[in-house]
Write a protein that binds this ligand. Structure first.
Ligand code: F3S
Length: 64
């Protein structure tokens, strides 16, 4: 699984970094970035939480 952030939608709330810092980090521009394109399977539940919890639905996942 691979996480994707649509930076055109992200409003920089930071929830994804708080929930799954292994995969998401806030960039200097205040928007989230994906920092691991092939994250460990242990992080998948947290990534799914981020997909559901992002207030603007900016996070999606794709098969690697
Ligand atoms: Fe942005 Fe959503 Fe994360 S608004 S900071 S991608 S939780």
């Amino acid at each position: 699984m691979k996480a994707i952030v649509d930076r055109d939608l992200c409003i920089g709330c930071g929830l994804c970094e708080d929930t799954c810092p292994e995969v998401f980090r806030m960039g200097e521009d205040g928007l989230a970035m994906v920092i691991d394109d092939d994250p460990a399977a242990e992080t998948y539940p947290d990534i799914e939480d981020c997909v559901e919890l992002c207030p603007v639905a900016a996070i999606s996942v794709a098969a690697v």
